[in-house]
Design a binder for this molecule. Sequence first.
Ligand code: ADQ
Length: 727
Amino acid sequence: MQRLLIVSNRLPLTIQERKGDLHVELSVGGLATGLSSWYKSCHSIWIGWAGIGRKKIKEETDIVARLLSENCYPVSLSQYNVEAYYHGFCNRTIWPLFHYFPLYAEYSEDFWQAYERVNTAFANVVAEVAKPNDIIWIHDYHLMLLPKLLRERLPKATVGFFLHIPFPSFEIFRLLPWRKQILEGLLGADLVGFHTYDYTGHFLDSVHRLLGYEVAMGQITAADRVVRSDAFPMGINYEQFSSAAQDPKVQKERKRFHKKLGDCQVILSVDRLDYTKGIPQRLRAFSVFLNRNPKFKRKVIFILLVVPSRTGVERYMQLKKQVDGLVGEINGKHGTIGWMPVWYLYRFLPFHSLAALYSLADVALVTPLRDGMNLVAKEYTATKTDGKGVLILSETAGSAQELGEAIIINANNQEEIAQALAKALEMPEQEQIERNRIMQKRLRRYNVVRWANEFVDKLLSTKKLQREMEEKALTYEMQRKLASDFQESDKALLLLDYDGTLVPFSPKPAEAMPGAKLLRLLERLTKNPRTEVVLISGRDKDTLEKWFGGLNVGLVAEHGAWIKEKGGGWETIETLTSEWKEEVYPILESWVDRTPGSFIEEKEFSLVWHYRKADPSLGELRARELINNLSNTIANLNLQVLEGSKVVEVKNTDINKGRAALIWISREKWDFVLAIGDDWTDEDTFKALPSTAWSIKVGFGASAARFSLSSPSKATSLLRKMVGGKM
Ligand code: ADQ
């Protein structure tokens, strides 16, 4: 049976010291709450920090035994590391920055080093526990370096990563001094998951801009492998909450609360004490609501349930004081004898009490300034089995994207929240039921089990994709066979693309020029009279002439519009018209105006819009728009639009590399044919080849080529091997 290794900062169990004794307890938090049900139903091991220092763990063997019996494997951390890593880098650098509080973020080299140390400690433990077939699922911002550290230790491992907090936009993320290390750390995983498409988009954008990797449809072509990224909105244990109202323990608790609340309508909020949750803003909005709606005085009670969190961090202590003060202020200002508008509970509540509060609350007021997902909004909705109750939800919570039937508000807009409260308290029952039923249906379907299964399924399918790519990889053995076939052949044809195939794709023309070493290699290949070498490129004929005119090779320019036989002159394949350019040129010009840094290149039979010098994201967006626009314009012009690396090219349909390649292929009875190319314009060449030919794609991705090599340097070393050199 395949095992699942869940790795997170904290174990779902916490060891706490009380009066000198150590106790094992369930820990709080979205992840522990959400995953624990799923975790118990599978063969899984949970690896994480148990909440006590290294020394204690060593001393208390029975505690460790208890953890192991629960399939929990503790990582021990020194007090200093916990301080600098958890209270430091995690909670004073990443947490504020990723929640759009850049001014709260502290950038300390000591914190960073502790973060690296702790991630390494985790990597050592996971590598010790992991078996070859395991699925390793790493959770959250505490362990963003771990995927890469594990990949170094276990190159073949199946590793998924899920971020529970938002991934911020590039403009925020770039502020982090260690941004590249974080991205590289994450890309050690095979799949990187987020709660929403927005976070996924932000991550892909940063990967593209900071590391320069190609990104398409959630697939990243990293240095030596493909990594995927996608959105998986975390669900809840729906059954647990929807059946709670029937639980006698919950009903008893509910009655107890009712007695104290009388006939008042109840507004409820539940969160960890955190500045991202918008608690002071929410309290002020409640005060505005009472000012604007005096008729609700003595008719409504706001239960503010806050669970202590990160109590050692200064900013959280300040927030606690601020909330305490505001509660006192509001109760002092609006309260009367016998009516206290805000009931403030600062503690963790057991499940039956929490469920009782959810089930009796008329309104849930969930107003985080930023929240990765927010499970409270989902739990409240799931608990309302009679359909009655209104959810007010901030648009900056990830869950707002799934809970559109809630009253959606801006958490900074006190007037809007006040109006939403009045609307919620007066909403007709029928409307409440209609809204909740739609959301409940969605939450029941996409529950925490489905969430976890979808993540793991996608992780396994990513692994399968990587394997298929690996299977296509031209092994060392096959390379030797190819070289010996070539050496034994009587008539060999080599069809070689240039940019991205023999040299890395480079946006700078000077860097794309062939060096002396490459020219020597091509010359050696052409020395043998039994071999014919053809360079098939998208570049214009003048450039090819300048670079390769001195070699004894065939040349194909502009994807086949021009060809030059060995020792001959340039010829076009057929008479082609270029009148269409008058129609297309002005369109490209307007794209140049809208995309700073882009420019037009005019070739004899094609027009090319280049955006390699433009901002990458803008360039890609504009390229998509241009392709859409052109496909309407050129419908009856016998033209085609090609998308290459940072270019969009328009040319006659009749021109393609495959057609040009056929001129050579059909001329002789070759007993060895090799084609190497890297992008989709080379696919026409691959398709034109006889079935016995060797075809190689440089890079990853779907291709008609039979084999693949990871980089241009691998391709040139293969050619070197063919002429008898070292690979
Ligand atoms: P959190 O910031 O902890 O989680 P949330 O998603 O609301 O936020 O989860 C809190 C959990 O703790 C809920 O399951 C809730 O029932 C429980 N809880 C809160 N207060 C409680 C109290 N006083 N007593 C008892 N239980 C209480 C992080 C991210 C979120 C993301 C989750 C899951 O910050 O954005 O939704 O992880 O990915």
